[in-house]
Structure formats: C-alpha cells, structure tokens
Design a protein. Structure first.
Ligand code: ZN
Ligand code: ZN
Length: 262
C-alpha cells in the first residue's frame, strides 16, 4: 500500500510537471508579445534574462534597401548596448504599397501583412520597415519631417525616401550616416529611452519633446527623429568628436545599464 502511494505521488508530480511544460507550448508563435507599447520590452531587448537571441527582420520596398554600412553600424550598436549572445539581421525585399504618404494605421496594416518573425522560445524578434513614402504628418513648408518611428515594443518604420532626400542636402553627411543615426535613435526608444519603459536615473528628459534627451549632443535628441536641426547636431558632433553620428550620452547609457543593458 505504501509503495502504491509513493507511485501515485510520483505519477501526480510527473503529471503536474508535464502540465507546466504544456503551458509554455515550446515552438508556438504568440504574436501578442510583439504587439505591446513602445518601450514595454526594453529589459527583454537589453538583458539576457528571457531572450538570448535577437533577430531583426528588415523589410524594405525594392529600391529602398538600407546601406550595408548602416546595417553594420546598427549591429555594432546592438552588441555594445545589449547582452544578446546572438544577433541576426534578415533582409527581405517587398513590393511598393503605392501610397503617396503613410498614416500610422497604414503602417500597422503593412506590418501585419508583411512581418514574418515573432518571438519564439529564447528568440526576440524586431521588425523594421523601410518605406518608399514619407509620414502623413510631414509638412515640408514648416520644416516638419519624420525620419523614423518606433510605434510598438518591437516594431519601427524608417521613412527611407525622406532619409534619401535629406542625404542630398549635405556634402558632409552621407545617407549611411543618416540611416545609422535614425536606426540607432529608434532602437533607443525600443530600449525605453527616455523614460519610455526605462526609468531615468537622473532627470534628462527634454521638456519640449518627452521621450527625448536634453543633453546638448546625444543620439536621443529629438532632432535626430524629426530632421530639423539634425544636420547641425551631426556637424557639431563631427567638430567635437570626429564622428558624424552622435553616441548616447552618459545619462542615457546610465539609464540602460540600470535596466539590464550595457
Ligand atoms: Zn525619437
Ligand atoms: Zn541622452
């Protein structure tokens, strides 16, 4: 009788353990984890606690592929700031949606039609769309442009057509520089900067543009997302540090280190 009880007890333990395994459903794609607000996965992207691998799907409209130099700069930046063991960047060409400009609703619809990678087991997936059309909110007469936007926890758009237009305006700043700055700036938002899922250790929030940094030269300056003044920041950085694309300043790096990053 005692032996039966032991066997029953062990069977019960085995059953509960297998139930726990079933709940995790290894291999099952659950899209909801990739449909959260910007900055909600900051710690997951920065640290190795839940995901050791990072896969970045870059979907681009044919003719609007980012330069190899910018892709390589982004990969270096991700290795510098996160603890991910494996980072893979996958490029996928797409046809044009044939839109004159893009609203956020259209951008979200395009993602649901075209995105192929979602989180899976220990792999965290990021989706970047390189568009052949500007943001609907742009107003060239007022000098208002959006170069890129991180609109969810693992999704961003780069308005590649706008970046290319900007690149023709400067002999000092190349397309690869503008792409690198925009990609890294938008990743900064996915990392939770500034105060967008990663708490600032010290206050360095730009009062005029929340979720941006108020330090004089920093990758998270609002100018690097909205174009206005971007060239002058890059030229200032060139003179001060000999590099065109600004780094994260000490305050932004401190915030990342405080939320699982490097
Ligand atoms: Zn920004
Ligand atoms: Zn900063």
């Amino acid at each position: 009788m005692k032996n039966y009880r032991t066997i029953f007890f062990l069977l019960f333990i085995g059953f509960t353990l297998s139930c726990a395994d079933d709940d995790a459903n290894p291999g099952e794609v659950i899209k909801s984890a990739n449909l959260l607000t910007t900055g909600a996965s900051a710690n997951d992207i920065l640290s190795n606690a839940s995901f050791t691998r990072l896969h970045v799907e870059m979907a681009y409209v044919v003719g609007f592929r980012p330069t190899d130099e910018a892709i390589s700069n982004l990969e270096t930046f991700l290795r510098e700031r996160t603890f991910k063991d494996e980072i893979e960047i996958i490029l996928r060409p797409l046809g044009s949606p044939e839109e004159e400009d893009l609203t956020i609703t259209e951008i979200v619809e395009l993602e649901s039609d075209n995105r192929t990678l979602y989180n899976l087991d220990d792999m965290l997936a990021i989706y970047i769309y390189f568009a052949d059309a500007p943001s609907e909110g742009d107003d060239p007469d007022e000098g208002l442009f959006t170069l890129g936007a991180s609109y969810r926890n693992t999704s961003m758009i780069i308005h590649e057509s706008t970046l290319r237009e900007f690149a023709t305006r400067s002999v000092l700043v190349s397309l690869a520089d503008i792409e690198s700055a925009t990609l890294m700036h938008e990743f900064g938002h996915l990392f939770g900067l500034v105060n967008l899922g990663t708490n600032p250790v010290n206050n360095h929030i730009d009062p005029d543009s929340p979720s941006h940094c108020n330090e004089a030269v920093c990758l998270m300056r609002a100018e690097l997302e909205f174009g206005m003044g971007m060239m002058s920041i890059m030229e200032k950085n060139m003179l001060a540090k000999g590099a065109i694309v600004p780094d994260l300043d000490a305050e932004c790096i401190l915030d990342l280190q405080n939320n699982g990053g490097r």
